[in-house]
Design a protein around this ligand. Structure first.
Ligand SMILES: C[S@@+](CC[C@H](N)C(=O)[O-])C[C@H]1O[C@@H](n2cnc3c(N)ncnc32)[C@H](O)[C@@H]1O
Length: 265
């Protein structure tokens, strides 16, 4: 499948393009993956390798499509839920007035599993809220908005919640579930590039940015963390992935004892 011969320079140029555009740091070990992604885009654009590289260099829209194929979108419902459960309980215990609408920003939401999981728990807590769910990739945002998933992605969802908030698919949707409207109405999906875009909202109660900085180098992660810091209200939360750390970055968040991966402003 991969007859593409990618010279060292071509690899470095593509690596630079991916880094500049998305912050994703492709190391040498990703060369084969990059070749298979190039082959996919060449097929779809009906171009040979040289034509495709020239096309990519001159077409911003193709850069978006290309980045779309190199991002890792793995996600599932109720993933690494300890920090989310803590946050929801904190919100529940701290409602100063009944009319408070909590604002959450899921800043690399992939196919929507994460914002829907948070929404379900906020609904269960009886709270009013709105979630802005963003990602660099158009295709994951389209999947998120559709809200249909293979059932195995909901393995971690407690059974009662699965029945309450998902419809079981039948016929050609056998083995799939669809998130219910009552969950979807709380979420707005938008494209947002953590590297190049300015945060859309300066007053969110929590930013959830999990399992994306793992693909960034330290200077990029530091810039992103400090950019997101500005979007959080004082005493608001910042959640990262379990495999990520703010340890060697300069930032102003405080950690929360006993709750790994969750920080407070
Ligand atoms: C592995 S998924 C994580 C999804 C979810 N947060 C979770 O923890 O399950 C990483 C997501 O980050 C997105 N991403 C990568 N670079 C990005 C960037 N520069 N700006 C915004 N999103 C980005 C990818 O498109 C992908 O959907």
């Amino acid at each position: 499948m991969n007859e593409i011969v990618l010279s060292k320079n071509q690899f470095l140029e593509l690596k630079h393009l991916v880094y500049q555009t998305s912050g994703i740091n492709l190391h040498e070990g990703k060369k084969e993956l990059l070749k298979s992604k190039l082959a996919k885009r060449m097929r779809l654009t009906k171009k040979n390798f040289d034509q495709y590289l020239a096309y990519l260099a001159s077409n911003d829209q193709e850069v978006v499509e290309f980045i779309d194929t190199v991002t890792t979108n793995h996600s599932y419902f109720f993933r690494e839920n300890k920090s989310i459960a803590y946050m929801v309980q904190h919100f529940k215990g701290s409602v100063p007035n009944k009319n408070q609408v909590f604002k959450i920003w899921c800043a690399a939401c992939s196919t929507g599993d994460e914002p829907y999981s948070i929404a379900i728990q906020l609904l269960e807590a009886g709270l009013d809220f709105s979630i802005l769910a963003t990602d660099i990739s158009h295709s994951v945002l389209a999947t998120a908005a559709r809200g249909i998933y293979r059932i195995d992605k909901t393995r971690n969802v407690p059974k009662t919640l699965l029945h309450r908030y998902f419809q079981q698919g039948t016929g050609k949707y056998q083995g799939h579930v669809k998130i219910k409207k009552q969950v979807q109405t709380h979420i707005s999906f938008q494209r947002f590039n953590l590297i190049t875009d300015t945060p859309p909202d300066q007053g969110v109660d929590a930013v959830v940015c999990r399992n994306v900085m793992i693909y960034f180098d330290m200077p990029t992660s530091e810039k992103v963390v400090n950019k997101l810091y500005g979007a959080v209200v004082p005493r608001g939360f910042f959640a990262i992935g379990n495999a990520e750390s703010l340890m060697n970055l300069t930032h102003k968040f405080s950690s929360i004892p006993g709750v790994p991966s969750l920080y407070v402003k």
